[in-house]
Design a binder for this molecule. Structure first.
Ligand SMILES: [Zn+2]
Length: 283
């Protein structure tokens, strides 16, 4: 049953991957992406019974579940690769932050203020953000939370975390970096690795949560590159890898084709699924 579901999912994702182009050349930080098609003014509601995931470039995703939960992960929605002219989400139930670096916290505070969303992250990071108490959900590795039909698990990541509230002041310690597993009732189980290198605990994530789709950084320099991400896919036992955190800046040189090559060497089942930035993908 599970095998069949995974096969169907993998097939759908491969079909989508076929329509997605390369993500273009890296743009300098703060420079708007050129030649990017403008996304629709308003994202359509999730198709009935489907989970829809929209990549905003870099590590930013917006997930809409069949039960009506809208969840933003690392919402740096003004990153250099973000779809031009796209309307930012008007309604959010939850914002998940993997760590405190600016390219992951992004516009979380403004989005929380606009939507009333609960903001999840490490205890230390959430304290530094100074959110209203009702919206601040500081947790740590091992924590599990429910948002409508999504069960959210905070998991390990191997990375640093600091947050700089004031550009003139030093960055402050922001707790452990995190990854997230988002298990959707009757739908896919997504794993967003945040910024990380590969680590043995990914085997435990596979055993415990059985993720079906992994969003993995592949840019290198600050995170895994393609070779390490292929090892991560093997440890996670996932069928589908959505590459992220590449091409945003010139330093992040990994690319999906390099990941394909590395996965081929390992002869594992995982396939690379390129999400088209700004286009909702049904899972
Ligand atoms: Zn980082």
């Amino acid at each position: 049953m599970r095998t069949k579901l995974v096969a169907v999912l993998a097939g759908a994702l491969v079909a989508i991957a076929g329509t997605a182009g390369a993500q273009g050349t890296p743009a300098a930080q703060g420079t708007p992406a050129q030649g990017k098609p403008a996304a629709g003014a308003k994202a359509p509601a999730a198709a009935k019974g489907k989970t829809e995931v929209t990549w905003w470039g870099h590590a930013a995703f917006v997930v809409r579940t069949p039960g009506g939960a809208t969840i933003a992960i690392d919402p740096w929605l003004t990153n250099p690769k973000a779809p031009q002219g796209a309307a930012q989400p008007e309604a959010l139930d939850a914002i998940l932050l993997t760590h405190g670096h600016f390219d992951h916290v992004g516009e979380a505070k403004a989005l929380a203020q606009k939507t009333g969303a609960k903001v999840f992250g490490s205890f230390e990071l959430i304290n530094l953000l100074g959110l209203p108490e009702a919206q601040a959900v500081g947790g740590n590795v091992g924590g599990t939370f429910k948002v409508k039909d999504a069960t959210i698990h905070l998991v390990e990541a191997v990375h640093s975390s600091s947050y700089q509230a004031d550009p003139k002041a030093p960055a402050q310690y922001a707790g452990s970096a995190l990854g997230y597993v988002v298990a959707i009732d009757g739908g896919p189980t997504l794993y967003h690795a945040g910024d990380t290198g590969p680590f043995e605990g990914m085997s435990l994530i596979a055993t415990q949560f059985k993720p079906t789709v992994a969003m993995l950084p592949i840019g290198g320099h600050f995170t895994m590159g393609p070779a390490e991400a292929a090892q991560a896919a093997r440890l996670l036992k996932v069928q589908s890898v959505v590459p992220m955190h590449y091409g945003t800046f010139p330093l992040l040189q990994g690319n999906p084709d390099a990941l394909r090559g590395e996965l081929k060497k390992l002869r594992g089942p995982a396939k690379v699924v390129d999400f088209e930035i700004g286009k909702p993908t049904a899972l």
